[in-house]
Write a protein that binds this ligand. Structure first.
Ligand SMILES: N[C@@H](CCC(=O)N[C@@H](CS)C(=O)NCC(=O)O)C(=O)O
Length: 317
C-alpha cells in the first residue's frame, strides 16, 4: 500500500494521526467526462477506452456492474489487477495490454509523470489521448449510464431525471455511513474513531432495513444507481467487513429485508459474474497486514445468494 509523490512511488499506510485516528478518503485526481457531444474531448467510441479494475474493490465493482448492465463489455475492455495490494500497490498478474506495465502506479505516471496522490482503482483510460479520463467510480457509472446509449442501443436509465433528488439523497446518506462507513470502522486507529463509525454504520443499516420493509428498492419502483452503490458494500459485508473491519453488531443475514434485497440484486442478469469472493476475501485479509498480520484468509462464511428471495412475493400485493 502506498502513494505517488511527484511521480515517485512511496510505500506508506494511510495517515490517520492528523484526524484523531479517523480514516479520511482522498478525493480522486482525474475527473474528466465522456460526453456524447460533437465538441467533447472524450467521445463515446467503441474500443477507445480501457478500464482497470480490482474484483475485490467495491468502488471498481460499481463500474463493472454498469459495464455489464449497459452492454458495454464489447466496447470497453478491462484489465483485472491481482487481489494482493502490498508494497508496490495494485499489480497486474500479466503485463497489461496497452503498455506492458506491471504496476498500476505506472499507469498513473504514464498519464501524468509528476502525479501526486493515491493510486486507486477503478481507472478509466483513454487510448486516443493516452490519458486517464477518470478514477472516480461515482462519475464513471454516470458516464456509462448514458454516454454510450447511441452506440449500444441500451437506454436503460439508472439515474432518471425525475428521481435525481431522491437518488442523491440516498447516495449522500449511504456513502459516508455504509460504503465508506465500513472502511471508517476498519481503518480507524483509535477506539473512539472506530466506535463512532460503527454506530453510524449500524444506525444506517437499521434505517435501510426498515425502508426496505415497505419499498422494494431504495427509490421508486425500479433499480437505480443508489441500489447498485449499496449492493457492492452489502455483498462484501458478511464475507469481509463483519470480521476484518470489525463491523460485527449484525451480519446482513440478520437483516431479513436487506438480505432478500441483496439476493434480488445479485440475481439480476449479468451481476453475479461480477462478484468474485476469492478476490474479495484474498484482497482484504492478505493486503491489510496492519490489520491481519498473519495474512491468513478465512475459509467461510458459507453464503447463499442464489436461493429464492421474497421480494417479488412481498411486493406483489
Ligand atoms: N473515489 C474512488 C475511491 C477508490 C478507492 O479508494 N479504491 C481503493 C480500492 S477498494 C484503492 O484503490 N485503494 C488504494 C489506496 O488507497 O492506496 C472511487 O470511488 O473511485
Amino acid at each position: 500500500m502506498g502513494k505517488l509523490v511527484d511521480g515517485v512511488w512511496h510505500d506508506v499506510w494511510y495517515e490517520t494521526k492528523e484526524n484523531n485516528g479517523k480514516f479520511v478518503r482522498e478525493d480522486a485526481g482525474f475527473r474528466n467526462w465522456i460526453e456524447n457531444r460533437p465538441d467533447a474531448q472524450f467521445k463515446p467510441e467503441s474500443g477507445r477506452y480501457h478500464l482497470y479494475v480490482s474484483l475485490a474493490c467495491p468502488w471498481a465493482h460499481r463500474t463493472l456492474i454498469f459495464r455489464e448492465l449497459k452492454q458495454l463489455t464489447s466496447h470497453i475492455d478491462i484489465t483485472v489487477v491481482c487481489p494482493d495490494m502490498l508494497n508496490e500497490g495494485w499489480q497486474m498478474g500479466l503485463p497489461e495490454p496497452l503498455f506492458g506495465h506491471t504496476r498500476l502506479h505506472q499507469i498513473y505516471t504514464q498519464a501524468k509523470p509528476d502525479y501526486t496522490g493515491r493510486v486507486t482503482v477503478p481507472v478509466l483510460w483513454d487510448k486516443k489521448t493516452e490519458s486517464i479520463v477518470s478514477n472516480e467510480s461515482s462519475e464513471i457509472i454516470r458516464m456509462f449510464n448514458t454516454a454510450f446509449n447511441d452506440l449500444t442501443g441500451n437506454h436503460d436509465d439508472y439515474y432518471p431525471a425525475v428521481l435525481h433528488s431522491e437518488i442523491d439523497k440516498w447516495n449522500d446518506f449511504i456513502y459516508p455511513n455504509i460504503n465508506n462507513g465500513v472502511y471508517r470502522c476498519g481503518f480507524a486507529t483509535t477506539q473512539s474513531a472506530y466506535e463512532e463509525a460503527y454506530e453510524s454504520l449500524f444506525n444506517a443499516l437499521d434505517e435501510v432495513e426498515s425502508h426496505l420493509d415497505n419499498n422494494r428498492y431504495l427509490v421508486g419502483n425500479q433499480i437505480t444507481e443508489a441500489d447498485w452503490r449499496l449492493f457492492t458494500t452489502l455483498v462484501r459485508f458478511d464475507a469481509v467487513y463483519v470480521g476484518h473491519f470489525k463491523c460485527n453488531k449484525k451480519r446482513i443475514l440478520d437483516y431479513p429485508n436487506i438480505q432478500n434485497y441483496l439476493k434480488e440484486l445479485y440475481q439480476v442478469e449479468g451481476v453475479k459474474q461480477t462478484v468474485d469472493f476469492y478476490h474479495i476475501k484474498r484482497h482484504y485479509y492478505f493486503s491489510h497486514t496492519q490489520i491481519n498480520p498473519t495474512q491468513v484468509v478465512p475459509v467461510g462464511p458459507e453464503l447463499d445468494l442464489d436461493s429464492v428471495h421474497n421480494r417479488v412475493q412481498k411486493f406483489s400485493r
